[in-house]
Design a protein around this ligand. Structure first.
Ligand code: GTP
Ligand code: MG
Length: 309
């Protein structure tokens, strides 16, 4: 009888001792069916597929999943609504990666004239984005000057002059073949004399990243010392976006991004890749071809677009 009690007490005490140890607690948690379910490798693979199928580059998708794996190691998800809960974890992770920034308040806090240089490959939407930005700034009572520093592509200057005329915004230009940095220098000088608030510098693109383009942009940047350098990217560009962000950032130095053509992008993943690799804010998304098609960037909306219920 006494022996039985002694043994029972021994058992209880040793159990208490064991329970004080962290590893035992963990063991108890993961094996307790009431406390729920942990994310398995298979679940992580499913989350990875969601990202990759929606155009997030494989490199970026793997890093995001690795982070989720670490962050959720200790979590026991409810068995009820398990899939929904882990998708929510994915959305939260995506939301943390992407950040927006209010361009207008940056301009208001910054120097006058506030100089913005737009760079990017051929056809991504630099010139039309300049027109949209110019309209947005004018609507917010800012005096804007545009520098037609794409002296490379035929009709680039006419395109900008046309937008300038429609919007009532002055465009400073030289002839085709002129030094783009000299055009920008003149535009800034003019902006100073008319007390403009903002100078938007358009630049030429190329079909792929080449030395000629990078050297040209480096020179424009050296001469103009912009307050902000914005890389324009197409949201429909897939994996190529990673290389664009890396090269422009290393060679030119970028402060933030604008993603274009989001109205024809059915996936949304390239926005996540670009944001992750750049680790810089997204100022706007361009969602169409008219002047007002520039919308504020909201990370949650992109996360929800990529990770559907
Ligand atoms: N659907 C859609 N089309 C866009 C958007 N942004 C730009 N575009 C179109 O993309 C094409 C190229 O735009 P541009 O602004 O001329 O591109 P760019 O980067 O200046 O091109 P280059 O000067 O040749 O280097 C035009 O037909 C634009 O109307 C967008 O958000 N949505
Ligand atoms: Mg252009």
């Amino acid at each position: 009888m006494f022996n039985f009690l002694k043994n029972k007490l021994k058992k209880i005490f040793s159990k208490e001792e064991r329970e004080n140890k962290e590893e035992i607690k963990e063991e108890k948690k993961s094996t307790n069916p009431i406390l729920g379910k942990k994310i398995s490798e298979q679940d992580l693979d499913e989350l990875l597929s969601i990202l990759v199928e929606n155009n997030v580059s494989v490199e970026v998708a793997k890093e995001i999943i690795e982070k989720i794996k670490k962050d959720t190691e200790e979590i026991n998800f409810s068995r009820f609504n398990f899939k929904k809960s882990i998708k929510e974890e994915l959305k939260k992770a995506l939301e943390e990666i992407m950040k927006g920034e209010d361009l207008l308040s940056l301009i208001e806090k910054g120097e006058k004239p506030f100089i913005i240089l737009l760079v990017g490959l051929n056809g991504v939407g630099k010139t039309t984005t300049i027109a949209k930005l110019a309209k947005f700034l004018k609507d917010n009572n800012k005096k804007v000057i545009i520098s037609a520093s794409d002296t490379f592509r035929a009709a680039a200057i006419e395109q900008l002059k046309h937008y300038g005329k429609e919007l009532g915004i002055e465009v400073i230009s030289h002839n085709y073949g002129a030094d783009p940095a000299a055009v920008a220098f003149d535009a800034i000088k003019h902006a100073n004399s008319v007390k403009a608030d903002v100078v938007l510098i358009d630049t030429a693109g190329r079909s792929d990243i080449n030395e000629g383009l990078l050297k040209e942009l480096e020179k424009i940047k050296r001469v103009t010392k912009p307050n902000l350098t914005i890389l324009i990217l197409e949201s429909i560009s897939g994996n190529a976006i990673v290389n664009q962000v890396r090269t422009f950032n290393q060679r030119i130095g970028i402060d933030g991004l604008i993603l274009t053509k989001c109205d024809i992008d059915e996936k949304g993943g390239a926005i996540i890749s670009a944001s992750y690799i750049a680790n810089k804010p997204i100022y706007f998304l361009s969602v169409g071809q008219s002047y007002n098609d520039l919308i504020k960037f909201e990370p949650r909306k992109i996360a929800e677009f990529v990770v559907k219920e």
